[in-house]
Design a protein. Structure first.
Lengths: 309, 179
């Protein structure tokens, strides 16, 4: 049956392999659509979607908004900085007010882990998690896997290393779940202080030597150091971080193979990745952004198809 | 469930040749014409006609594409089953071209309505014609009629027209099935 097993996209943890396959197959069709002279389809013309961003975002918000508009949905945007949240309104009250304006679907980014799951128990609308604290960012993981599939043919059996600030990263956790569901091998690499304790329980290996990790992998997903989430100092200096965990041309050329470089953005050029690598042919960073729109169209379309008239 | 044969393999073959000749009559060397099969089932008929035109009637410039209408349908969220998308393969622009839609069965006309919207994503055609193997009369929901038709049948809503091709079922045959 070509239907998702879930009513909301709260995290990759709640999906199965068949769901991911269905999302990818649907995204293939939408990728073709967004490359047409006229990039729009009328499927969701009677659906209204609210984008609730309780935390800042540029590309995710734009990508979702574009995906919604390409599907002809009506879109309303909300950002916490200009709202009654500042006046003390609770999350459930805010959302119930929005839903009483006949909104069918919510895309939400929130600083608190589990905000989407909490909301799904209190309101009657489809919910897509666009990032909840350091927990999950499912559409990012889906578009990352989709981009690997596009570049390397399949995800199964591939060695993927996620490099950087794993501790504060929602991208890392969602990627680990998504990659493992599809049969890839996952390692994480970064300073010990930025790798969560007990991460081995997720069947993930830890490597603290970047060169060894790169030698092992087919794909390296470079993450940004999330300074804004750091309450204490996790490493001595940015310069030292770059020396040990930054990727540069020399390092790539010293490997005896060509690996694929990914980055979910925003990039800190010269910190975790140098410009010559970020702009090289090995990097699929901009493909990831393009695929993001197709993946989000697929997720929205598949969830909307479960809203009965 | 009983079924009766509407067209056997020989009849399908004769009809295909007739339809090919009618297309040639109107489109000459096909320089300004593109054939567009409507996914999923029109693809087989479109491929067959294109092959026939190229091989039997020696027409070189056949441009063939396949159009998926899933995202343009008017019954999204209205049916029991989710709509499954197929591939669109159109690697040309239809601006100012004569477009021939090709589908196996014309029933309510709603698929063709969707196709008329979908094709606009690829430009503004000069005109659009419709070719269908089986035309179910008196069952239209919309004012849409075929330009070329293989066979006209009268069938009630409880019946279904099933078209099998060598490519997907091992033989060319058209059945009328009681549901």
């Amino acid at each position: 049956m070509s239907e998702l097993s879930v009513d909301h996209l709260l995290g990759i943890k709640y999906l199965n392999k068949r769901d991911i396959d269905l999302i990818f197959e649907t995204a293939d069709q939408f990728k073709e659509v967004i490359n047409r002279p006229i990039k729009k389809v009328p499927s969701l013309r009677d659906i209204t979607i609210a984008n609730l961003f309780f935390e800042n975002s540029t590309r995710t918000k734009l990508s979702f908004e574009l995906a919604e508009k390409r599907l002809s949905a009506d879109v309303i945007n909300f950002s916490a900085s200009q709202s009654s949240v500042k006046k003390g309104e609770t999350l459930v009250d805010t959302v119930k007010n929005i839903l009483s304006m006949k909104v069918d679907m919510l895309v939400m980014r929130h600083p608190n882990p589990g905000a989407g799951v909490f909301l799904s128990k209190h309101v009657d609308a489809r919910i897509i998690n666009a990032g909840d604290g350091a927990h999950e960012h499912p559409t990012q993981a889906l578009l990352d896997s989709y981009s690997i599939r596009e570049r390397l043919g399949e995800v199964k059996g591939k060695n993927v290393v996620i490099v950087g600030d794993i501790l504060h990263s929602r991208v890392a956790l969602s990627n680990i779940y998504a990659l493992q569901l599809q049969g890839a091998n996952v390692k994480v690499c970064g300073p010990r202080t930025l790798i969560p304790k007990y991460i081995e329980a997720l069947d993930v290996q830890v490597e603290t030597n970047l060169k060894k990790a790169l030698q092992w992998c087919d794909v390296a997903n470079m993450l940004r150091v999330q300074n804004e989430r750091m309450d204490i100092t996790y490493f001595p200096s940015t310069r030292e971080y770059t020396q040990q965990f930054g990727i540069n041309k020399d390092l790539l050329e010293s490997l005896n193979k060509e690996i694929v470089i990914m980055h979910p953005g925003p990039i800190n050029r010269g910190v975790e990745i140098t410009s010559d690598v970020a702009d090289s042919k090995q990097a699929i960073i901009l493909d990831q952004v393009e695929n993001g729109v197709a993946i989000r169209m697929a997720v929205i379309y598949l969830l909307a198809s479960k809203i009965k008239q | 469930m009983s079924q009766k044969v509407l067209l056997n393999s020989k009849e399908v073959n004769i009809i295909l040749h007739r339809l090919a000749c009618q297309l040639i009559e109107n489109h000459d060397n096909f320089e300004e014409t593109v054939l567009v099969g409507i996914q999923p089932r029109g693809k087989f008929l479109a491929n067959r006609l294109a092959t026939l035109l190229r091989e039997e009637y020696k027409i070189k410039n056949i441009q063939l594409g396949h159009l998926d209408i899933t995202f343009f349908r008017d019954d999204f969220r209205r049916g029991a089953k989710p709509l499954e998308a197929n591939t669109t393969e159109i690697d040309f622009i239809v601006e100012d071209k004569n477009v021939v839609f090709i589908d196996d069965v014309l029933y309510t006309g709603r698929s063709i309505r969707s196709a008329l919207t979908a094709i606009q994503s690829f430009g503004r055609p000069k005109n659009i014609e419709l070719l269908t193997l089986v035309d179910r009369r008196f069952s239209r929901h919309l004012p849409i009629q075929p330009t070329y038709k293989g066979r006209q049948v009268d069938a009630i809503d409880e019946q279904r027209v099933k078209v099998n091709w060598i490519e997907n079922a091992g033989e060319d045959v058209v059945y009328l099935v009681d549901k």
